[in-house]
Design a protein around this ligand. Structure first.
Ligand SMILES: Cc1cc2nc3c(=O)[nH]c(=O)nc-3n(C[C@H](O)[C@H](O)[C@H](O)COP(=O)(O)O)c2cc1C
Ligand code: SF4
Length: 653
């Protein structure tokens, strides 16, 4: 019997049988060519269908030309999209999965520029200033509203033609149908606004139109945020009233419950909740809707392990559980759970770095732990090595671990040697920053990948050319990482200047008043500031960038910056460290060169990046041993690039 009997029991929605209760929610992949679904997108979904998921809901697709969000959006009604959509549905069906398509109009939630960078007109029920995208929206005229509703119907029809089993109206996360529902956003006094009945009209008309246009037997669902968690968004009473109206008319076959809204930084974090938000936290939302409705309930948000999903089903919080990033991180998650191979699951750590982080950057999604994601056509299958080699990997951080696992999976004989007594490299530091403990999961997951692949691991063993030669190594992967960058700081002999690593390792006493000098704009600077402030110290955070945490995925950044503010940390931007003395840190304003003084400073903490530690490569070259330098040893970047380098090295060996 399965360890997860509920999760792996079949379920029927609108007469359509689904093999289990796991689904992948609609998520933007940006795997496309010119706004059209491509071969890569079909391969991406095929990997998850092969991996055992019951249902895949593909990404939000635009229903009307006024829904222009950016160039990468797929317009589901276009003829040119049909072949690509068909490839997706065929790929999912080939492996026994079901597939639904999302019907999307963002309304006010548009980035707001065309392919030339020129601002577009953004439409919404009423005129408003958008807090995140800085557009002033234009009130939708009646005829355009009617046309958009037709667009939902047409797009649904085209999706079914392409082989979709069902369609889902995206009324979640503050998008157009939710904008009509919200009394704070919809300020109209015509038939589309004012009373609750009028505010619900748009959504109900959309549902009726779609129902009328798709063949009988096509599943129609709705995604909605029970609570948009911001100052203007939907609250549970409005959301539940809309669901009741849909249920009364029997318009939808399922309700897919979320939290959050794209309209504000407070609401947006719930679109893809970062690790600071507790796993499984959506259970209560599901239970609330389940108590109120008879329609099947789908639920998603931070369910990263089958145990959590099973518990949510057992508590009656939902009928199916969305595990989206869980399957971005591990496309085989469902199969592994069904077979009871729990330890083999590469659990998502909710870092948001390469999935939604890439969407924020406008690039195709991937996963920091599994860079094969989004690169299925290139790295989807391991090609066995033509000739098994003896491979030594020097360094047990993420780059080395991934290289070792992949090389061993391909048939090489691999030993990984780590100079420290533990695997993990910089991850061991990163996981100690406040709210970042889950980051350490990457070490557990990669260690398991190595174990399954048969890598021999030697701890407290630095690699030398002699060791490699003695082992008869055909190749050495140099993944020896980096060390903190410590520039020459004028006056540092007088002042107390330490590195972020020393602070995390508790090697120094920072005193009561600390200045953090940040350059990289990543987790380290803001994390150290938070850590020291939590210890009750006065902290000033000075960054050379124009905002704190500039290189963090926005939801992650917003949460950490909010925490810094709550803790009373002062943030100064455009500030480059220039010097220190016994009690003052001196900064230059990066644009004007003017001095910024931080007086009464006891310690300056440097969060100024790293320099590669790659000295081993020269000794290996001198000994005539082939070397592959990867990760931070090649160029200090993030864990994402380290793991990708490891994948590439393991593949070419
Ligand atoms: C890369 C990415 C893109 C997303 N794009 C969409 C989208 O197109 N439509 C949507 O309804 N939700 C979107 N979301 C939200 C997800 O559907 C889902 O609610 C979220 O990932 C939380 O579930 P999880 O914790 O299982 O990943 C996106 C999430 C991610 C990570
Ligand atoms: S990048 Fe991070 S959040 Fe995204 S799927 Fe991978 S582990 Fe999860």
């Amino acid at each position: 019997m399965s360890a997860f009997p509920l999760l792996f029991s079949p379920f029927s929605i609108g007469g359509l049988e689904i093999r289990n209760r796991i689904f992948s929610t609609g998520h933007q992949t940006l795997i496309q060519t010119g706004g059209l679904p491509n071969e890569g997108l079909a391969a991406y979904h095929e990997a998850r269908a092969r991996g055992g998921t019951g249902l895949i809901i593909t990404e939000a697709m635009c229903v009307h030309e006024s829904a222009y969000f950016n160039e990468a959006m797929i317009f589901g009604y276009r003829d040119e999209a049909q072949p690509g959509l068909r490839s997706i549905t065929e790929a999912v069906h080939r492996h026994g999965g079901r597939v639904f398509g999302q019907l999307f109009h963002p309304g006010a939630e548009v980035l707001g520029s065309d392919p030339y960078g020129t601002r577009t007109i953004t439409w919404a029920p009423s005129s408003l200033n958008h807090e995140r995208y800085f557009g002033t929206t234009r009130e939708l005229p009646d005829d355009l509203i009617v046309d958009i509703i037709e667009g939902y119907g047409l797009t649904a029809e085209r999706m079914v033609e392409a082989g979709y089993d069902g369609v889902e109206i995206v009324a979640s996360h503050g998008y157009l149908p939710a904008q009509f529902l919200s009394p704070m956003v919809n300020l109209r006094s015509d038939r589309w606004g004012g009373s609750r009945e009028n505010r619900q009209r748009f959504l109900l008309e959309v549902a009726r139109t779609v129902r009328a246009r798709v063949p009988a037997g096509t599943v129609l669902g709705l995604r909605i945020s029970l609570d948009e968690k911001d100052h203007i968004g939907l609250k549970p009473d409005e959301a539940l009233a809309a669901l009741a109206a849909l249920e009364d008319e029997g318009l939808v076959d399922y309700m897919n419950i979320a939290y959050g809204s794209s309209a504000s930084s407070g609401g947006a974090r719930h679109i893809a909740p970062p690790m600071m938000i507790e796993a499984g936290y959506m259970k209560e939302a599901g239970a609330t809707v389940k108590r109120a409705m008879k329609t099947p309930i789908l639920l998603a948000g931070r369910f990263n392990q089958p145990q959590l999903a099973e518990a949510a089903l057992a508590s009656g919080a939902a009928d199916m559980i969305g595990m989206t990033r869980a399957q971005i991180a591990d496309p085989e998650m469902a199969n592994k759970a069904r077979e009871g191979r729990i330890d083999d699951i590469r659990a998502c750590i909710a870092c948001n770095q390469a999935c939604i982080g890439h969407v924020s950057l406008g690039t195709p999604i991937s996963c920091i732990q599994h860079p094969e994601t989004g690169r299925e056509l290139t790295y989807g299958t391991r090609v066995p090595a033509q000739k098994p080699l003896r491979v030594i990997v020097a360094g047990g951080g993420p780059a080395g671990m991934k290289a070792a696992a992949v090389a061993a999976e391909r048939g090489h004989k691999v030993s990984l040697c780590e100079a420290a007594p533990r695997l993990g490299g910089q991850t061991l530091l990163a996981q100690q920053l406040p709210g970042r403990a889950e980051f350490g999961g990457i070490v557990t997951n990669l260690a398991r990948e190595m174990e399954l692949a048969g890598v021999e691991v030697r701890l407290s063993t630095p690699v030398t050319a002699e060791l490699a030669a003695g082992e008869g190594a055909d190749a050495v992967v140099v993944a020896t990482g980096a060390q903190p960058f410590v520039p020459v700081v004028e006056g540092s002999e007088e002042g107390h200047v330490v590195t972020a690593w020393q602070v995390i390792n508790r090697e120094v006493n920072c005193g009561g008043s600390v200045v953090v000098a940040d350059w990289r704009g990543d987790w380290v600077g803001v994390g150290i500031a938070q850590m020291l402030a939590l210890e009750g110290r006065r902290v000033r955070f000075m960054t050379s960038a124009h905002c704190a945490g500039i290189n963090l995925q926005p939801y992650v950044r917003d949460m950490i910056v909010a925490e810094l503010m709550r803790l009373g940390v002062t943030i100064t931007t455009y500030a480059r460290l220039a010097g220190v003395d016994a009690d003052t840190a001196y900064f230059e304003q990066t644009t004007s060169g003017e001095a910024i003084l931080a007086e009464d400073t006891e310690t300056v903490v440097l969060a100024l990046g790293h320099r590669s530690e790659d000295s081993l490569k020269d000794a290996l070259k001198a000994a005539g041993i082939a070397t592959h330098v990867i990760g931070d040893a090649l160029a200090p970047r993030t864990c994402e690039e380290a793991v990708l380098d490891g994948l590439k090295a393991g593949t070419v060996l």
